[in-house]
Design a protein around this ligand. Structure first.
Ligand SMILES: [Zn+2]
Length: 273
């Protein structure tokens, strides 16, 4: 079984002390590819450096909406250079976060749109973050005709999911689905996601699955726990984990244009994609 963690924040300080062990455990668990999320220009730079050092790691280049207020005229040129590197597979994470509101909404929208335009110009997929920002978020995507993208860490309600699926987005599911307090609705909603649109991610070190036993030290999440999320999704769908693993790996390979030599996923990638 091979899995791709499409969103792990491995440049986070929580991983500074033992990153080689984290990668080894991921491999052991069947997580053969990890896309490290870039959340600011410096973090995206570190993520790319890390990807360059490990054949199983790719990265994204973007500015999280929390950091929108720190953006300036140098931001997009810097992201443009990063996003053109071969191991950077997406622009983002970018989007809107009206939950924490660490940056004013006008700043969030301005830099979200600027990153959408960058992704579209470069023909790179977008790695999207949205929290409590429906329907504004979907409106912006629609206006800009964004299709080649993943709504990462989907936690919303049915209407929001339908809006994303109508736009043709991929949907990233995290360990949120393992949370019996706030993720219960996802057990039902995940069934609405077409088989060719589902992606899996840990969002490590955040969102440690609440039903993971024993809970890891300092409750730190890591890519090795992705099979736990896979099994929760498989149970919700009433299907075999192996099938979901194969489908989600193929989807991630298609979206991010990952060419894994010898893998069936690469062989089955449609020529026109
Ligand atoms: Zn996010």
């Amino acid at each position: 079984m091979q899995l791709i963690d499409i969103g792990a924040n491995l440049t986070h300080p929580a991983f500074h002390a033992d990153l080689p062990d984290v990668l080894a455990r991921a491999k052991q668990a069947g997580v053969t590819t990890i896309v490290v999320t870039g959340t600011s220009v410096p973090e995206s730079t570190s993520a790319l450096k890390f990807a360059g050092e490990h054949s199983e790691v790719y990265s994204t280049a973007g500015v999280h909406p929390h950091h929108a207020r720190e953006c300036d005229p140098s931001t997009i040129p810097a992201l443009r250079i990063l996003a053109q590197q071969a191991r950077v597979v997406a622009v983002g994470e970018c989007g809107l976060d009206f939950n924490r509101n660490y940056s004013p909404h006008p700043d969030q929208e301005k830099w979200f749109v600027a990153q959408l335009e960058l992704g579209l110009q470069l023909g790179k997929p977008l790695f999207l973050h949205s929290r409590d920002a429906h329907p504004r978020f979907a409106q912006i995507l629609k206006t800009h005709r964004v299709r080649n993208a993943v709504a990462h860490c989907f936690t919303g309600e049915r209407e929001e999911l339908e809006a994303y699926l109508d736009l043709g987005l991929y949907i990233g599911v995290t360990g949120w689905i393992c949370d019996e307090r706030r993720g219960k609705h996802l057990l039902e909603l995940v069934r609405e996601i077409p088989r060719d649109r589902l992606l899996l991610e840990t969002d490590a070190p955040y969102l440690t699955p609440r039903d993971l036993k024993p809970q890891p030290k300092a409750r730190r999440n890591e890519p090795a726990y992705l099979p736990h999320i896979l099994r929760a999704v498989a149970r919700a769908l009433g299907r075999a984990p192996e099938e979901i693993a194969a489908e989600t790996t193929r989807n991630a390979t298609t979206l991010f244009g990952l060419h894994e030599s010898g893998s069936s996923a690469a062989a089955q990638r449609p020529l026109a994609a």
